[in-house]
Design a protein around this ligand. Structure first.
Ligand code: SF4
Length: 343
């Protein structure tokens, strides 16, 4: 497994005591050539996970293993090697690309910083190669970011992320700042690049249509914790957690028979400073039972897959809900409107 995240925690202490538990025990894994998507409402902790993976924040607890090595105990030189292998593409290329630098320098910068520029001719060859990979002409090297469209700027950001030949790219909402007409082009480009180079992606996204078609596995987060995770086909095809069902039920989907349902998720996500006791979703869950406010449900495998630590997270279909503990495995989305029954 290329990346294994196990019981990852990030708590931000607050003045006056207590802590915002932005990430509170999250596990997942992704292998080369695979895409793991993290989805959930704003404030669920997915962007904090991106920062933890990029070592922009230090975890409070848990482990991040890359290629079998614990990233959090690496020495400075090894951290530099990790940073080279794990790159990022952010939501808005207008703010992630320095507007004062020409594309030539934007692409050369990471190579020079890591001493991988080579001689002038080798650097020029590499820059042209990067432009070709992302479908931009050689003349782009002499232009500034503002001289490109939003989609082209995101191509430049992808080229910059590829410069160091990473093995994993964290894609933080890679298409949400783009026109709808351009999004598919960027998704196709990312998929082509993944196939060509065997890259692993961790995608942070709220666009479920993008996630469904782009990711091999998905994790649905709620208030710092994983509500459900597993292969995309399983999670999208047979969601087991009421929150996942509500999220999918209310989202626009490419399926012509799918009618988005308004108002399935009521209320606000709540505060990570004082998360609800028991199941964090219980104040908003239409199926909440007395036990839900008292005990946090454990993540359990749907079917017969054994899960050891975080190793199989992302491969096995897992969900945390007391309904599933009681063997009432399938809950219809319509239940939210009090019309269907639990089988
Ligand atoms: Fe709803 Fe209870 Fe399941 Fe939480 S554990 S999702 S409150 S039924």
């Amino acid at each position: 497994m290329l990346l294994e995240v196990q019981d990852l925690k990030k708590h931000f202490p607050v003045r006056g005591g207590g802590a915002v538990r932005a990430v509170d025990g999250v596990s997942f894994a992704v292998d080369a050539g695979q895409t793991f998507a993290l989805v959930g409402e704003s404030g669920c902790g997915k962007t904090t996970i991106a920062k933890l993976l990029l070592l922009l924040e230090k975890p409070t607890g848990g482990a991040i293993r890359f290629d079998g090595r614990d990233v959090l105990t690496l020495n400075r030189k090894a951290v530099q090697g990790y940073r080279r292998q794990v790159q990022a593409v952010f939501q808005d290329p207008s703010s992630s690309l320095n507007p004062r630098l020409k594309v030539r320098m934007l692409l050369a910068e990471p190579l020079l910083a890591h001493g991988l520029g080579g001689d002038r001719a080798a650097l020029q060859r590499r820059l042209l190669e990067l432009l070709e990979i992302v479908g931009l002409p050689p003349g782009a090297l002499e232009l500034y970011p503002h001289e490109f469209s939003g989609g082209q700027r995101q191509r430049i950001a992808v080229a910059r992320a590829l410069a160091l030949q990473p093995r994993l790219i964290v894609l933080d909402e890679p298409t949400s700042a783009l026109d709808v007409s351009i999004r598919a082009q960027i998704v196709n480009l990312l998929a082509d690049i993944q196939r060509s180079f065997g890259l692993a992606y961790v995608v942070i996204a709220h666009d479920l249509a993008l996630v469904e078609h782009f990711s091999s596995a998905v994790g649905v987060m709620y208030l710092g914790a994983m509500a459900e995770s597993g292969p995309s086909e399983a999670v999208f095809g047979a969601p087991r957690h009421p929150y996942t069902q509500a999220l999918l039920g209310s989202a626009p989907r490419p399926d012509p028979d799918h009618q988005p349902t308004e108002g399935l998720i009521v209320g606000e996500i709540g505060s990570a400073l004082a998360p609800p006791s028991g199941c964090r979703f219980h104040p908003r869950c239409p199926h909440a039972m007395p036990v839900c406010g008292q005990q946090a449900p454990a993540m359990r495998a749907m079917g017969t897959v054994e899960v050891v630590g975080g190793r199989d997270a992302g491969l096995a279909h897992l969900a945390a809900c007391h309904l599933l503990d009681r063997g009432r495995a399938t809950v219809s989305v319509e239940l939210v409107n009090d019309v269907a029954t639990i089988p």
